[in-house]
Design a protein around this ligand. Structure first.
Ligand SMILES: C[C@@]1(C(=O)O)OC[C@H]2O[C@@H](O)[C@H](O)[C@@H](O)[C@H]2O1
Length: 469
C-alpha cells in the first residue's frame, strides 16, 4: 500500500532553533534571546544567536529539501521579526524575509506549513507577564492577522501554537524555559487558558479573511499508559491523560474544559480567571478547527506516585523529557520499563504507542483531520569517513511511518507526516549535541551542510510514496 497522493511527506523546524540573525534587519528581542544568555539555563551556554544560520542560508537549505523531494516544509515565523516589540509597529524587513522564504519553497513546489508561535515571545510582552497577561492574547491576534494578510495568498496551512504544554509547564512549573518560574500551577493554568483563547480568536480572524486555507494547533501527543495491570496505576494513567491530554485537546476540539480537571482546579484555587466571553469564543472556534497537529515522540508509562516519598529536583535529562518525572501535583510519575527500547536521551522508542494512542484519540474526539507535525530521533549521529550514518534514525522513522500507514488502513484521517527535523538545529535544552536532521550541519566547519544516510532514504520513501514500508 502506498500513502495517499494527498498525504504530505514533510519535515519541520522552528525559527529560534535554525535562523540565527537574532538582532538583524529590525528583529526585536525575544524571551529566548534573553533567557538563553542567563548562565546555567541552556546546555553548555548554547543559544540561537547564530543557530544554523538559516536566515542567510535558507536558499541552500530549501534547495536541499527539494533535492530530497520534500513535499512540505513546516517552519515557524519569529514574532519579533514581524512586530519587534510584540504589539507595536510592523517591521517590513521581517515580512520581506518570510515572503522570500515562502517564495523559495513555492519555487520548488514545496508546500509551506507555517507555525505562528514556536516559543519565542517578544521580550517586551514576557516582561509584562507573558502568557499570564491578556495583553499577550490581544498582541498575538494582531501578529497572527498581520501574517495572514502578508502571507495568506501563498500559505494555506497554519498552526497557531506549538506544544502549549511544553512552553507553559517548563515556563511556570519547572522553571526551565522563560519566564523561568517554578511550581506555580495557578500561573500555569492561567497561561494555558490564555493561549487557547488566543488560538480561538486567531481562528476567528482567519475565517473572517476567507483565504480558504486551513488552520489548527499542534499539541504534544504523549498518551499515558499504566506501567502494569494494577488498578491504582490505571487510575494514575487516567489522571495523567486528563491533565496532559484532555486539558489541552478538549478546549480546542470540544470547546470546553474537562470537568475532571475543572473540578480539581476549583478545589485547589487554580481556576483561571476566564470570562464568559472567552469561554464562548472557545466554543465557537472548536468546530472551525481544520485539523489537530500531533507531536509524537514517545508515550508516558505511568504509576501512582507515593506523595510521602520526597522527590528530589528532577535531573536535566528528566526535565528534557526522559521518564522518571513526578507530576506537578505529585499524583503520578513516569517510569521506564525493562522490555522497552530507549534513545540515548532516555526517550522510549514506541511506534506501537503512537498507533494505540491514535486509536484512543479517535475514541475521544472522533474522526478529526490529523497531521503528525513532529516525530524523529534525537541522537548523536555516527560519522564514519566523513559520512553521517544515521541508520538508527532511518529505523526510527521507518517504524513510525509504518504505524501511520496502519492507522490509515484503520481509517484514521492522517494527512501528513513531518519529521523533526529537516536540518540539524539548536535543541532548547540540549544545544547542538542532540541531532534530529536529515541534513547534517558541521559545527566545526562553518556550519557546512551535508546529506545524511537518512536524507537519501527519505528521498526514496517519498519517491515511492512509502510503498515499500
Ligand atoms: C525537547 C525537544 C528536544 O530537543 O528533544 O523535543 C523534541 C522537539 O520538540 C520540538 O517541539 C522542539 O521545538 C524541538 O526543539 C525538540 O525539542
Amino acid at each position: 500500500m502506498r500513502f495517499p497522493h494527498d498525504f504530505f511527506f514533510g519535515a519541520a523546524s522552528a525559527a529560534y532553533q535554525v535562523e540565527g540573525a537574532w538582532n538583524e534587519d529590525g528583529k526585536g528581542v525575544s524571551n529566548w534571546d534573553v533567557f538563553s544568555k542567563i548562565p546555567g539555563k541552556t546546555f553548555e551556554g548554547t543559544n540561537g544567536d547564530i543557530a544554523v544560520d538559516h536566515y542567510h542560508r535558507y536558499k541552500e537549505d530549501i534547495r536541499l529539501m527539494a533535492e530530497m523531494g520534500l513535499e512540505s516544509y513546516r517552519f515557524s515565523v519569529a514574532w519579533t521579526r514581524i512586530i519587534p516589540d510584540g504589539d507595536g509597529e510592523i517591521n517590513s524587513q521581517g515580512l520581506a524575509f518570510y515572503n522570500a522564504l515562502i517564495d523559495e519553497c513555492l519555487h520548488y513546489g514545496i508546500v509551506p506549513f507555517v507555525t505562528l508561535y514556536h516559543w519565542d515571545l517578544p521580550q517586551v510582552l514576557e516582561e509584562a507577564g507573558g502568557w499570564t497577561n491578556k495583553r499577550t492574547v490581544d498582541a498575538f491576534c494582531k501578529y497572527a492577522t498581520t501574517c495572514f494578510k502578508a502571507f495568506g495568498d501563498r500559505v494555506k496551512h497554519w498552526i497557531t501554537f506549538n506544544e502549549t504544554i511544553v512552553f507553559c509547564s517548563l515556563g511556570y512549573l519547572d522553571g526551565a524555559h522563560p519566564p523561568g518560574i517554578s511550581h506555580n500551577p495557578r500561573l500555569y493554568f492561567q497561561a494555558t487558558h490564555n493561549v487557547f483563547v488566543a488560538h480561538a480568536r486567531a481562528v476567528q480572524e482567519y475565517k473572517k479573511l476567507r483565504q480558504y486555507g486551513e488552520i489548527g494547533i499542534t499539541h504534544v501527543f504523549s498518551p499515558a499508559f499504566p506501567a502494569d495491570g494494577q488498578l491504582e496505576n490505571a487510575q494514575a494513567a487516567d489522571h495523567a491523560n486528563q491533565y496532559s491530554l484532555a486539558w489541552f485537546y478538549d478546549p480546542i476540539l470540544k470547546g470546553a474544559y474537562p470537568d475532571y480537571v475543572v473540578g480539581q482546579l476549583k478545589e485547589r484555587g487554580w481556576t483561571p480567571d476566564w470570562t464568559a466571553e472567552e469561554l464562548t469564543v472557545l466554543k465557537w472556534a472548536a468546530p472551525k478547527n481544520d485539523f489537530i497537529g500531533l507531536n509524537y515522540y514517545q508515550p508516558q508509562r505511568v504509576i501512582k506516585n507515593n506523595p510521602e516519598e520526597e522527590a528530589g529536583p528532577a535531573s536535566h535529562k528528566v526535565i528534557a523529557g526522559a521518564p522518571g518525572k513526578v507530576s506537578f501535583d505529585r499524583v503520578y510519575k513516569t517510569v521506564s520499563l525493562e522490555d522497552k527500547k530507549y534513545t540515548k536521551w532516555g526517550w522510549e522508542i514506541s511506534p506501537e504507542g503512537l498507533l494505540e494512542g491514535l486509536r484512543m484519540l479517535r475514541g475521544a474526539y472522533g474522526d478529526i483531520k490529523l497531521y503528525i507535525t513532529e516525530n524523529g530521533l534525537g541522537d548523536q549521529d555516527p560519522v564514519e569517513n566523513g559520512q553521517i550514518l544515521d541508520a538508527d534514525r532511518v529505523e526510527y522513522i521507518r517504524e513510525h511511518l509504518k504505524a501511520v500507514k496502519q492507522g490509515l488502513r484503520e481509517g484514521l484521517h492522517i494527512k501528513g507526516y513531518y519529521a523533526w527535523s529537516a536540518i540539524d538545529l539548536l535543541s532548547w535544552l540540549n544545544g547542538f549535541k542532540k541531532q534530529y536532521g536529515f541534513i547534517y550541519v558541521d559545527q566545526q566547519n562553518n556550519l557546512a551542510r551535508k546529506k545524511k544516510l537518512s536524507f537519501d532514504w527519505y528521498k526514496q520513501v517519498i519517491a515511492n510514496r512509502g510503498g515499500e514500508l
